[in-house]
Write a new protein. Structure first.
Ligand code: HGY
Ligand code: MN
Ligand code: MN
Length: 424
């Protein structure tokens, strides 16, 4: 083990863990499938708002100057000795999916606050300010586009289009920001930080397979989300001969099967495809479905292969439309991001910090999307992954990282942030 240098910091792991568990109590529910306590804190719901208020309270207790922007993004700032210097930014999200665990996003936000507490306790000052961010609607599962707050902060999406997005009940993001009190006053476009480093659980099996706790993340794979609506014709389940049917439910099922066939063909690189939402209307036993709505989530590390997969799906939809009387298809692109590589220099700082903490690490591409992929458009960016247990399962209440792994990940974050904050 290399001996830690003077700028190698260890944080208070117990305090970090307690804050993770306390935040997980906000929006907690009893998950019948797993028998575990899950977290359901969709963006800008009352639960998310309560979580935001708790995080702001922790930020203020840690002496951070807090501001909220027009997208509800929250930033806590720790001044540096040179307040005019571009800050080093860290953070993540605390909005969750509906069946979440305690770690996704929260580790990055609470880890950033823990770093600040530790630096204050040690009396450490940095030249550059350090800021901790909480980005709005990273999951995208309520308003339909992921990494939403960070995408607007970085300028990929406009504030106007983002605030007009609606949830399944027709509520706009702008109205929900106002209702929850997070329609902040500050401008949403983020001045380019000096660098951005996000600590996050891996949400997959790779670190555990390699028996290491720390991942130095090289980038994020491409993401394509679309909503497909199949328009058929309601008809009597008993009297309607098969040849006369325009069965939207059948067409939806054929899409699910075709997507798996595209993946299994191996002809589209390391493609992953998920139909996470599928409903048929009117949804009654004795009526041939008139309409079916489904979402398609495609992931691919190779942008060319991603486009080919999207084209193959589009060709299949045209085939379905031409396949029988009365069936039509409409699609809407919900989200689309290319593979985003992270900065080599920042990755080196992370790897060196892990080495100085005597922590084995590997480099890997992120399977999940993260706010870091948006902030990478503004400044040199990288991520620190923390190993997950149980196969790295995530978006499931079984999501789990050990107290030690979380503490080690935030130790690496602390050391990385201080070293970046003292760069010229
Ligand atoms: O969808 C994702 O990859 C992330 O969890 N928002
Ligand atoms: Mn996340
Ligand atoms: Mn997630």
């Amino acid at each position: 083990m290399t001996s830690p240098t003077s700028d190698t910091f260890t944080i208070n792991g117990d305090r970090l863990w307690q804050s993770l568990m306390d935040l997980a109590d906000i929006g907690a529910y009893d998950d019948e499938r797993t028998g575990l306590r899950g977290v359901n804190r969709l963006a800008l719901t009352d639960a998310d708002a309560a979580g935001r208020r708790q995080v702001i309270a922790w930020m203020e207790q840690a002496g951070l100057a807090v501001r909220v922007d027009r997208m509800g993004n929250i930033y806590g700032r720790r001044e540096g000795t040179d307040p005019a210097a571009a800050p080093v930014l860290t953070g993540s999200h605390i909005d969750s999916v509906a069946t979440a665990g305690a770690f996704d996003g929260c580790l990055g936000v609470l880890g950033g606050i823990e770093v600040v507490r530790t630096l204050d306790e040690r009396g450490i000052t940095t030249r550059r300010p350090i800021e901790v961010a909480v980005f709005t609607e990273e999951e995208g599962v309520r308003f339909g586009t992921d990494m939403l707050g960070s995408a607007v902060a970085a300028g990929r999406l406009t504030l106007r289009s983002a605030r007009a997005l609606t949830d399944r009940d027709g509520l706009t993001l702008g109205a929900e920001l106002a209702r929850t009190g997070f329609d902040g006053p500050t401008d949403v476009r983020l001045a380019p930080p000096h660098a951005y480093v996000e600590c996050h659980i891996e949400q997959g099996p790779v670190l555990a397979d390699h028996d290491v706790e720390i991942g130095v993340v090289t980038g994020v794979q491409g993401i394509s989300w679309q909503k497909i609506t199949l328009h058929g014709r309601a008809a009597h389940a008993g009297t309607t001969p098969t040849r006369l049917r325009a069965d939207a439910g059948l067409a939806a099922a054929q899409i699910v099967v075709r997507l798996r066939a595209l993946v299994d063909s191996g002809e589209y690189g390391d493609l992953r495809a998920t139909v996470g939402h599928l409903v048929v209307h009117p949804g009654l036993t004795n009526i041939v479905p008139a309409r079916a709505e489904l979402t398609v989530d495609l992931r691919n590390p190779d942008d060319v292969q991603m486009t080919r997969a999207e084209e193959a799906l589009a060709a299949f939809l045209r085939e379905l439309e031409g396949g029988g009387p009365g069936l039509s298809v409409t699609t809407r692109q919900m989200a689309r991001t290319a593979h985003v590589p992270f900065d080599e220099g920042v990755q080196k700082v992370v790897a060196q910090a892990a080495d100085d903490h005597g922590l084995a690490h590997i480099s890997l591409l992120s399977g999940a999307g993260h706010d870091a992929q948006e902030i990478a458009a503004l400044c040199p960016t990288a991520m620190i992954f923390v190993r997950g247990e149980y196969g790295g399962i995530s978006h499931n209440p079984r999501e789990y990282s050990t107290p030690q792994a979380c503490a080690h990940g935030v130790d690496v974050l602390a050391t990385t942030l201080v070293r970046l904050a003292d760069q010229d």
